[in-house]
Design a protein around this ligand. Sequence first.
Ligand SMILES: [Zn+2]
Length: 336
Amino acid sequence: MLADNGKWFNLGCQGPDIFYHNQRTRPLSVLYGSLIHKRGIGALCSALASSCSEPDASSSTLNDAWRAFVLGFISHVELDRLSHPYIVHMAGWVIPGRPESDDYRSCHPFLERVLDCLLWEKETGTAIRDFHQREELVPSEPIPAAFIERLSTAFRLAYPLRAHGDEELSLRMENAFLDALYFYSRSDPSRTTMTEGCPHGYGPAFVQHGYRSVSVVYPEGIDAAIDWANQSRIAWRHPCDPPRQSNASYFELCAQAVERAAPQMLAAYEAMNGSSSSSTRLEALIGDGTMNVGDEQGVQSRALHMAPLPIKSAMQEQFKRRVDLIHSTCPDADLD
Ligand SMILES: [Zn+2]
């Protein structure tokens, strides 16, 4: 599957985050991104897996691509559930009415990029600039219409109240892919790297928006004296619930996510081959719990406790280095 459809699997692994990236082309699907992260993911994954076994006129090539995409999509769930408490606790969040908390704006996605880089370096032994995100995630052919149709059908099954009356649902799905693929191309670290002269992927908005622009750029030369991944295994509290605590490093959380995702992906694989009992089991295995932070039952709830890492200063440093480099190496750059 990976040999033939690795790109579709990798794109699927972005899960419902593709809807978060739909911020340019209207009608938007960003609210669906929030809804899926909040609840209903078990029902959605089950509907997606079952759609793989429905007999229709689609070619087997298309079906194989769709199955790879769906398996990737399902793999996203446990990593979000396990890592979001750590990321929220270590990144902080903006609290309405508390201007000093504005320093935490965009820290969450930036910390995710830092952790992505560290995991990449640990797993591959190479620098993040060697990750060719566009080649790995962006298919060379257009997104098949059947993908949009099947996603829309699964949405209507999993979120009947929200999706049934939404006449623009299919268009939103299409726009999510459009904007997400644009985003993955623009933020490809092999293009945005600071190591090879004039870096690519930056436009005037990058400078105009200030230091927070780097929140979606893979950082390079990040301060290694800061224990971003909690490799020293210091205890940290669940942001919603002080009695719950952990000393897991980010890498340990990733390993746990693999363990938990494996039986879910196996059930999905069986459901894809037409087993309706596996489809029911898949929904129960994944459950309805939030992919953000919540109480012990998985109901999304407000985060209360944080112990943020010095993320704002790291973002400011990354921003300054990139702007200086662009101005000194890109004579034609029109960034002001
Ligand atoms: Zn996610």
